[in-house]
Design a protein around this ligand. Structure first.
Ligand SMILES: [Fe+2]
Ligand SMILES: [Fe+2]
Length: 250
């Protein structure tokens, strides 16, 4: 690596070189990736008019089946942080919760493990909304704000982890407070609250839960499209396609 070159740009150059060798063209990245680095840029933009841009399957990522299922996304796309989802669902099962709650726990941070952290409850709910009971997606959306508010009736306290991560003086955004105020009087309040309860103790580095544990439950409660996630035609199909091929140029 040349001394004056940063590690980030070195690995980017290497990736581009590898992509050319693979015959897949130039990799473009969405603005969001660059904003995350504090830059308003489209990187290589639209190329130089000579080189092809990568479209289609990305050879740097694990190949996905033609008709991917939710379990395929867990195995082939989601980060190792998915263990938190699996542990949370496992805990809900051990606590004797009904299957709807177990599913809500299994999917509650699907946005974080799968593609985006900011406003993860909203993104996650939107991603799974066409495929789950309305109560489940409602609870996934609501848990994001509810996690900040204690509920003594179920022994849920403000998470110590939030004090560590955000500081003692962290002040909630008004939209989070407003969302909580709406949620606390909603008929499905306790569904979201149970996500929070099973969320707290699901970060154990010594426990490994496999997604297969929930295969039957998903078969009963997740409306897996026969065409495969992303090949169907729902309001979130494009999100699954983007997860599959995150660097398509357009
Ligand atoms: Fe969450
Ligand atoms: Fe969580």
């Amino acid at each position: 690596m040349p001394q004056e070159q940063s590690f980030a740009s070195f690995t980017e150059d290497l990736e581009i070189k590898q992509m050319h060798e693979l015959g897949k063209g130039l990799v473009t990245k969405s603005l969001l990736y660059h904003l995350a680095d504090g830059e308003q840029s489209l990187g290589v933009g639209f190329g130089d008019g000579q080189q092809r841009l990568m479209m289609g399957e990305d050879p740097r990522l694990p190949a996905m089946p033609d008709k991917p299922t939710l379990m395929d996304f867990f195995k082939l796309r989601f980060a190792p942080a998915q263990q938190h989802l699996l542990q949370s669902a496992n805990l809900a099962q051990q606590n004797g919760e009904d299957e709807k709650i177990v599913l809500a726990c299994l999917l509650h941070d699907i946005a974080v493990a799968g593609f985006i952290r900011s406003d993860h409850g909203y993104w996650g709910a939107q991603l799974v909304e066409p495929y789950v009971d309305e109560e489940v997606s409602w609870a996934i959306r609501a848990h994001q704000s509810m996690r900040f508010f204690p509920d003594e009736s179920v022994g849920y306290e403000y998470p110590q982890a939030y004090v560590t991560m955000f500081g003692k003086d962290y002040e909630l955004e008004p939209y989070i407070v407003a969302e909580y105020e709406r949620s606390r009087v909603h008929k499905w309040y306790m569904t979201a609250r149970k996500i929070c309860v099973n969320d707290l103790y699901s970060f154990d580095p010594d426990i490994v839960i496999e997604i297969e544990q929930f295969e039957d439950l998903l078969g009963r409660h997740f409306k897996q499209p026969s065409e495969g996630l992303g090949n169907d035609n729902t309001p979130s199909s494009h999100m699954w396609r983007t997860l599959r091929r995150p660097c398509n140029a357009l």
